[in-house]
Design a protein around this ligand. Structure first.
Ligand SMILES: *Cc1c(COP(=O)(O)O)cnc(C)c1O
Length: 412
């Protein structure tokens, strides 16, 4: 039997936390525990002043001159280069544009065109729906078949008819994580290319896209990167592929000379050809300034803390929640897990609403998953203790069992 964990133990872990100082970089609501940074990251405290300057000076006063004078125009490249450092990519291999869904479409079609004669895009059944929907359209438009398999059948499904293996590194519901290096190696041995979705990875843990010889990747700006609601997304193309890539959304910002306004499309050299239209500049400025929250942060420390928080959550749920109808939906082994822990409970929706009513914010994914994300820049160990204590209280007292908590809202 393990020693019981107390709230004092959690406070002691916070006192020794190397990243504790990073919490002050965020503007968090008082008396609130935020465990949903995997869905919408918290707001870094420096962002409002930067946005205010962007609006009052650069937009209001600078007007169109600001594309040059305020360096708006190179913001997709600049911000991409900052994100590159968080995902193990080189300079000029990452650019910020569009949404994850749109970037995935561009990359899947581009990658499929690089493997003519192969007929399959391999995807995975339990992936986030947009990834599967987009892969379906990309397959249809390139004359491929979309083959969706179970997570543990991926490696065996890679054969020499597979053009692209398209996977999400960390599963959005369970937090289950793939071995990027092993899957990429297997895909390359079979002659396929890989596309990794890093939505639940970037800003949560280190990844090494170049060390693992990844071909393409996409990811989200508004989750662990804290770029704000609907922040633009990023796309990675390994430099060795950049000259060959032809993406399907041939907008003017991906053109070799956008301001020559020529009739014929000619792709820009390098990563810029992944651009489509005008950048959502305000969103991009918010994302770029939000990334300052990562300044000086060693991603290995970030990952260590995230694992510590996840392991603590699991140990405390074993200690406090047994017999209350919960079960673990995430891998117990941190090696297999991203930066979240999910629990199943038959009354999960109402329990999560009761928890949110107590200012402890996680989220719910149908049919029965309560999700808790651990953004290690701002989540504390005592937050984990308090969350588990509240879950226990809600179930033991039956406080979840009201009409208000059972009624589904449109965004869960
Ligand atoms: C969050 C998420 C998305 C979001 O896509 P959008 O285009 O930004 O709506 C896509 N895929 C995965 C795996 C995600 O977790």
């Amino acid at each position: 039997m393990h020693q019981m964990i107390t709230r004092e133990d959690c406070a002691a872990l916070d006192a020794a936390d190397k990243l504790a100082h990073c919490r002050a970089r965020f503007n968090l609501p008082a008396e609130t525990i935020y465990l949903d940074g995997n869905s919408l990251g918290a707001m870094p405290a420096n962002v409002p002043a930067r946005m205010n300057r962007a609006m009052e000076q650069e937009w209001a006063q600078g007007l169109i001159r600001s594309w040059n004078d305020a360096d708006w125009y190179p913001a997709p490249q600049r911000t991409g280069n900052r994100i590159a450092q968080l995902v193990g990519a080189g300079q000029d291999e990452v650019i910020v544009a569009d949404s994850t869904s749109v970037n995935l479409f561009k990359v899947l079609v581009a990658a499929t065109r690089m493997r003519p004669g192969r007929g399959v895009i391999l995807a995975e059944r339990t992936n986030f729906p947009t990834d599967v929907y987009i892969a379906g359209s990309a397959a249809e438009m390139t004359g491929c078949e979309l083959r969706c398999v179970d997570p543990d059948a991926v490696l065996d499904a890679i054969d020499d008819n597979v053009a692209i293996v398209s996977l999400t590194h960390v599963n959005y519901k369970t937090g289950q994580r793939y071995d990027i290096e092993a899957v990429t190696r297997r895909a390359h041995e079979a002659g396929a290319l890989v596309v990794w979705d890093l939505c639940h990875t970037a800003g949560a843990m280190p990844v090494h896209l170049n060390r693992c010889e990844v071909d393409f990747a996409v990811g989200c700006g508004y989750k662990y990167l804290n770029g704000g609601p609907g922040a633009p997304a990023f796309v990675f193309v390994a430099s060795r592929h950049q000259d060959e890539v032809r993406q399907p959304l041939t907008g003017w910002h991906g053109h070799a000379r956008p301001f020559a306004f020529t009739h014929e499309y000619e792709p820009h050299a390098g990563i810029d050809r992944m651009l489509t239209g005008t950048a959502p500049q305000l969103g991009l400025i918010a994302l770029e300034s939000a990334l300052e929250a990562f300044d000086g942060v060693d991603l290995e420390d970030l990952r260590d803390k995230s694992v510590e928080l996840g392991d603590l959550f699991i140990r405390l749920s074993d200690q406090e929640l047994s017999g209350l109808g919960f079960s673990l939906a995430s891998p117990r082994d941190a090696e297999q897990r991203g930066s979240q822990v999910s629990l199943r409970h038959a009354e999960g929706y109402a329990i999560m609403q009761a928890l949110i009513d107590r200012n402890i914010i996680g989220d719910f994914r149908a049919p029965d998953i309560l999700r808790f994300g651990f953004a290690a820049l701002y989540v504390r160990h005592v937050d984990i203790w308090d969350t588990i204590a509240a879950l226990k209280e809600i179930v033991v007292s039956g406080a979840w069992n009201t009409d208000a908590f059972r009624t589904r809202k449109s965004v869960t």
